[in-house]
Design a protein around this ligand. Structure first.
Ligand code: GLU
Length: 495
């Protein structure tokens, strides 16, 4: 794959950007950068009724957050504008007129009432709803006269009625349909706005798109799109329909309703939610890159640069891919551990601030280093490391009692640990860990049991960053005081 490609990401700003469209954009980006080609962002906003204010900006922000950039687009300009379809109305109309002139399309003057009645009678006869061709054979002069008189009309494609049409999907091979099953679908609505079937084909051609990567939901309309492209006599792009996403259970396609459901379970498919939940863009990129393509037999952790280096259309996989949040967590934890402590510190600062902690400077840096080994998302840092910023901790009494120990034995063990530490200057894990292990053995307990009690006493939690690193951050005075307070609490319980 050496020829530079031209690809486009063509979202409709009709909702939040989800991982499916992010993956399309990612593959576009990878292919363009791999081949030294062009990547275009095109906003498909012809369906004005479905537009959602702010959705376009969300797409742009989401792509930037993921680390993707493009060469031409509504925000960047370029030689193939407009890049927003609502601004190209005349261009599509011009092309539709050209098809009418070549007898590949025709104006249809049927009223919506007539079409509704037609659909109803077809439904009663259990036939597929489709246009019956009333205006298909109007004499061209009559059609032209009625259009010129301003009579309301749509423009329909004149699909062939005989034979079949085949088009090739790169991942699945030939897709063929019997022409008799095709409708005379609408290219331009009565308000003069083009529909996707026309607008996207015209844009792909005038923008010089060589490879169309898009969702598998467009596979069934592929022959129809091929017919439009061929009606103009254009060269067809390489069509490549990406795999569908399945529900996390693997049973069935991910629907809008399912995504609302998974969001209530704390897992969202929307990029802005994942960002909000403390996922790293590097992790999301890694995660979605592997849902539909393979990059290596054994390795699965890749940076964006590495993905560019390895990307090949040959490795795209048409099989449906189940969305696995375990994998998202796996990649997030992994990419968090790959960050420099400085970068993680900078990312955690706003997370702690949002949770109400004035986290800053050297202390925050140390906290970041301590939590880095254990957190899965950035937000976890607050639950795991918030105690570093508290003046006091409040452990649960039962967490202070060691497994298999009585309350009195636990209090004694905590005292012994405190006395050992009090005899030492500032905590130094290399030396003091060995002394604490020896102490546990002397007392006849497993070191883990002693460390568990100490963890609860010092951090107030049963899960925390590594204990000794935490002690170094908290400092001698504080950990000694907390060990003492924990012991007192246990003594009171003994009575
Ligand atoms: N606007 C279409 C969508 O959002 C684009 C499909 C395509 O890439 O051609 O599904």
């Amino acid at each position: 794959m050496t020829e530079p490609v031209c690809v486009r990401f063509a979202p409709s700003p009709t909702g939040h950007m989800h991982i499916g469209s992010a993956r399309t954009a990612l593959y576009d980006y990878l292919l363009a950068r791999k081949t030294g080609g062009r990547f275009i962002l095109r906003i498909e906003d012809t369906d004005q009724k479905r537009l959602i204010p702010g959705a376009e900006q969300e797409i742009i922000d989401g792509l930037h957050w993921l680390g993707l950039d493009w060469d031409e687009g509504p925000d960047k300009g370029g030689p193939h504008g407009p890049y927003r379809q609502s601004l190209a109305k005349e261009i599509y109309l011009e092309h539709a007129r050209q098809l009418i002139a070549n007898d590949r399309a025709y104006p249809c003057f049927c009223t919506s009432e007539r079409l509704a009645a037609l659909r109803e009678s077809q439904r009663q006869r259990k036939e597929n709803p489709r246009y019956d061709g009333t205006c298909r054979n109007l004499p061209p002069s009559e059609a032209a006269r009625r259009m010129a008189a301003g009579e309301t009309h749509v423009i329909r494609f004149k699909t062939p009625k005989e034979g079949s049409t085949a088009a090739v999907d790169l991942l699945r091979g030939e897709i063929r349909v019997e022409n008799g099953t095709l409708d005379d679908f609408i290219l331009v609505k009565s308000d003069g706005l083009a529909l996707y079937h026309l607008a996207a084909m015209v844009d792909d051609n005038r923008m010089g798109v060589t490879h169309v990567l898009r969702g598998a939901e467009w596979l069934s309309t592929l022959p129809l799109h091929a017919l439009v492209v061929r009606a103009f006599g254009w060269r067809e792009p390489v069509w490549c329909h990406l795999s569908v996403f399945l529900k996390p259970s693997g049973k069935g396609k991910m629907s809008k309703r399912d995504s609302a459901q998974t969001a209530t379970e704390g897992h969202s498919i929307f990029i802005r939610d994942l960002r909000e939940e403390g996922y790293l863009p590097e992790a999301i990129v890694n995660w979605i890159a592997l849902m539909g393509a393979s990059f290596d037999e054994t390795e699965d952790v890749f940076s964006l640069e590495e993905l560019v280096r390895r990307f090949d259309l040959k490795h795209l996989n048409p099989s449906p891919a189940a969305i696995s949040y375990e994998k998202a967590d796996h990649f997030n934890g992994t990419h968090i551990r790959l960050l420099s402590v400085e970068d993680l510190t900078a990312l955690l600062k706003p997370v702690f601030e949002k949770a109400g902690y004035a986290a800053d400077g050297e202390r925050l840096r140390k906290v970041a280093a301590a939590v880095q080994v254990r957190i899965v998302t950035l937000d976890d840092a607050v639950a795991m490391g918030g105690f570093f910023f508290h003046d006091e901790v409040h452990p649960e009494a039962h967490d202070l009692v060691g497994k298999g120990l009585t309350t009195a034995q636990s209090a004694d063990a905590l005292r012994a640990a405190r006395e050992l530490l009090a005899a030492e200057p500032e905590f130094e894990s290399a030396k003091d860990e060995a002394a604490l292990r020896a102490l546990a053995e002397r007392l006849g307990y497993k070191p883990g049991v002693l460390f568990g009690m100490m963890r609860a006493a010092i951090t107030g939690q049963t899960v925390s960053p590594p204990l000794f690193a935490s002690m170094e951050i908290i400092g001698r005075k504080t950990y000694l005081a907390r060990l003492e307070a924990a012991e007192e609490l246990l003594r009171k319980m003994v009575g």
